[in-house]
Design a protein around this ligand. Sequence first.
Ligand SMILES: [Zn+2]
Length: 144
Amino acid sequence: MSQDDINTSDSGLYVIVMSLNRPVKVRVGALGMVMFGRGAYLYTGSARRYLKKRMERHRRRKKPLRWHIDYFRKVSRWEFSVSFAGHSGECELARLVEQAVDGAIAHSRFGSSDCRCPGHLIHTTMGIKIISANLDILKRRGGF
Ligand SMILES: [Zn+2]
C-alpha cells in the first residue's frame, strides 16, 4: 500500500495505545465495574468511514460515553495510535496485536458487543517504545 492510499483512504482499522500508571477500577457501561491493572492497553477498532475522525474522537476524553472504550479513555493516558487504512477484519487484527505485544485480553468481551471474539482491549506490561516498534512491524507486514 502506498503512502497516498493511506492518506486518502477514509475507512479501515486502527489501534489506539493507552496506559495506566496505577490500577484503576471503573464502570464500563453494561459490563459493570471492571478492575484494570497498571501497564499498557491496546484497543483495536474499525471505522467504515471517517477513520481519522474516529481516532481523534478516541483521543478526546470529554464526550458522550458510547462505546466501552470511552469509559476506559476517561481514566487512561493517551500514548499513540496507528491506522490500518483500507483494511478490514478488526477481530483478526486484535489477535495479531495480542501476539505482537505478548499481551492478554484485558477483560472478556470488552469492545466486542458486535462480534463473537474474546475482546478488543489487550493488556500488556511491555514498554511503550517496544510496543510502537512491534506495531510498525505488524503494519509493514500487513497480510491480515
Ligand atoms: Zn471482535
